[in-house]
Every structure is written in C-alpha cells, then in structure tokens.
Design a binder for this molecule. Structure first.
Ligand code: PLP
Length: 390
C-alpha cells in the first residue's frame, strides 16, 4: 500500500537525468519576450518550401494517400534517394535495403547510434558541433569523447587529434560537413586524412551531411565515396535545409545493409514510418526541385559574402565559412565571453545570436549568426551590432 506521495521525477531514468537542456533554448526564451528582435539565432531556411513540393503533397492527400508507408519509406522515394546519392555524391546504395526514410536527420542519427553502440563504448565528437550530438550519444548508452577543432586550422579536425583519442572502447566518430556552427567544409583531402584513421582503427564514421548542398566554394565530397569507406560509414542527410522543409520532418540515412537493417528494427518499432504526405513532397523535390534549390543556394551564398565582409569590417574577425548558413565571428576583441556578448547584444540592441560556447568548449570566444534571414534584416543587424560595439 502507498504511504506517501512520490515525486514524479523519481520515475526518471538515470540516463535522462544527466542530459543538460540545450543552451540555445535560454536565448530563444529571452528573445521571445522582447519586441523588435532581429533573430540570427535559428538554424532554418527563411524560404517557404517551394510550391511544387507542397502541391505534390496536397495532391497525395487529395488522392487519399493517408495511410502508413512501408517502414523504410515509399519505394519510389528510396529509388529517388538512391539515384540522388549516386549522381550527386558518387556512392551507390540499394533502394531495397540500404536506405531508410527517417523523421529528419535527427532520427537518422539517433537510430544509427542506438543500433551500433554497446554500453560504455566511445564515440568521438568533434566540437564545436550541433547541440544534439553529445546528448544523443549518451542517450544511446555511449560515452561522448569530445575533441576540439581549432580556429588555426579553420575549425578542421586534424587526423592526429582523432588518433590520439582512440582507446579499445572507441566505436566511431561523428563528423559534420558543412559544419554547424562554424560553416567549415571538409574537402576531399581533409576527409582522406580522417578516412585513413578510420580504416586503420576500424572506426565507424557517422557522417552528418544535412548541409551538403549548401557548399559554396568547392565541389562537395562525401566521406562514403572514398575508397573502402562506404561500408564503414553511415550517411545522414535530409530535406530540412537545402530543400527548405524543416517542418515536414523528413530525412534519410544510407549505409551498408547489415547496419541499415538493424537500424530499421528500431525505426519500425519506435517510429513506424516517416510522414507519408511529406514523402510525396520529397519525391517531387528530388525529381524536379533542383532549379529552386539552386536559387536558394545562390541567395545564401551572396548573404554569406555580405556577412563575412561586414563582420570583419566592424571588428569581429570572421573566417570564410565554406558552407551551411552560419558565420562564426570571433568576439574576443570585445573582452566579453560569448554568453555575455550574446546576452548584452540581445538586451541592448535586440539582436539574437547564439553564444559559441553552447556548441562545446572550443566555441568559446565566438558567436553563431545565421544568415538565413532576409538581407534587409541582415543589414539592420549589422548596424545594431556596430552600435553595440561602440
Ligand atoms: N544535423 C545538423 C548539423 C543540424 O544543424 C540539424 C538541424 O539544425 C540537424 C542535423 C537536424 O536536421 P533535421 O531537421 O533533418 O532533423
């Protein structure tokens, strides 16, 4: 018989108790209570999903396609993804058993880690990085071992830094190119260095390629396309960023069938399938979306150039990020920490940016500004940052 009321937090798992809330959240909460805020905070396109993708989804609803799709996703979509991966990234995946359509790249990463990690195994996470990597490794029962990509190497991780961290428990490494938050793109040569370490030590590479299309200065290379790497890499990608489809919650994951079929077991029990109406939009995006995508890419590219030039001009040194839609200026000349800078800028000038420290220790001294905002707002943001620096 119950004698006293139990505090509901008693029911929480130890795993979830150690997870810290995202550092970005605090700034959004603060910004949402203020007026006239220009947000350079959010990591999502400022474009509405192109009309033809929306229309394809509407049509599917009109035609009554409202049921579950196959667990791995509509076959036609998997076939389109297979063609896309081959034509765009030169890697072959079978639509039959090497591709799963997921609820965003987020789910792809989650099931990839859950399918491969045993308790206590280590995953090397390159910082500064997307805020979910460390918690998602920990939730999968693994241990995240972080390593800092350094500004003197343009935030590119060096192979010897990875090698220095390898223990008998190391299972793999998460890489992200173009990177959130630095915008750094790892070129073929950089990836060859990482691949050599992965092959030598038998590491599984989790390659987050969600920003692959948003690579402005050099042709994009997927690490999976390098010799012998296909079967040692899980590629996560999706429609959120380059296709302007964040709210549709649609991504995909590709890899060797032995791993993908294990991931499918988790996906089928936890998720069942990705939203069917979103999958119809994605088929249209892959079949007929390239002109629209190119337009968006051109627009991000010119905004990137504007932001880098202006930030350098006003005294916040900024390397040239090769991709994604973020700039990562150095704010140490102000003498403030990245948290202090972001908070004061928000309160005094109503510009929301994200402190670099939320992306890991090596992000301290930097702020992340997203330029997926219209150019008038970017110009006004620069004026306000200039006033703030005065
Ligand atoms: N990976 C990175 C590096 C991201 O920046 C994001 C979103 O911001 C995601 C994955 C998640 O993408 P999705 O919307 O496909 O879940």
């Amino acid at each position: 018989m119950k004698t006293e009321l139990m505090n509901p937090s008693h029911f929480l798992s130890e795993n979830v108790k150690i997870i810290k809330p995202s550092g970005i959240r605090r700034f959004f909460d603060l910004a949402s209570q203020m007026e006239n805020v220009i947000s350079l905070g959010v990591g999502e396109p400022d474009f509405v999903t192109p009309w033809n993708y929306r229309e394809a989804s509407i049509l599917s609803l009109e035609e009554g396609f409202t049921a579950y799709s196959p667990n791995a996703g509509l076959l036609e979509l998997r076939q389109e993804i297979s063609t896309y991966m081959e034509q765009r990234f030169s890697v072959q995946y079978s639509s039959k058993n090497e591709i799963i359509v997921t609820v965003g790249a987020s789910e792809a990463l989650d099931i990839a880690l859950r399918a491969t990690l045993n308790p206590g195994e280590e995953i090397i996470v390159v910082e500064p990085c997307f805020v979910s990597y460390v918690p998602i490794v920990e939730l999968a029962g693994g241990k995240a071992v972080t390593v800092q990509a350094l500004p003197e190497y343009d935030f590119k991780i060096q192979p010897e830094q990875i090698e220095a961290l390898i223990t008998e428990k190391t299972k793999g490494i998460i890489i992200c190119s173009p990177n959130n938050p630095t915008g750094t793109v790892l070129n073929k040569q950089d990836l060859e260095g990482i691949a050599a370490v992965a092959l030598k030590h038998n590491l599984l590479v989790f390659s987050d390629e969600i920003y692959a299309e948003l690579s402005y200065d050099e042709p994009y290379t997927s690490i999976a396309s390098l010799p012998e790497m296909r079967d040692q890499t899980i590629v996560m990608n999706g429609f959120s960023k380059a296709f302007a489809m964040t709210g549709w919650r649609l991504g995909f994951v590709c890899g060797p069938k032995e791993i993908l079929q294990a991931m499918l077991k988790i996906h089928q029990y936890a998720i069942m399938c990705a939203p069917t109406m979103s999958q119809f939009a994605a088929i249209e995006a892959l079949k007929n979306g390239h002109t629209e995508m190119k337009k968006m890419i051109r627009s991000y590219h010119s905004r990137r150039n504007y932001m880098v030039e202006e930030l350098n001009e006003i005294g916040l040194p900024c390397h040239i990020p090769g991709g994604a839609f973020y700039v990562f200026p150095n704010i140490t000349p102000t003498g403030l920490t990245s948290e202090e800078f972001a908070e004061k800028l928000l309160i005094e000038q109503q510009v929301a940016v994200v402190p670099g420290s939320v992306f890991g220790a090596s992000g301290e001294g930097y702020i992340r500004c997203s330029y997926a905002t219209n150019i008038d707002q970017l110009q006004e943001a620069i004026t306000r940052i200039k006033n703030f620096l005065k």
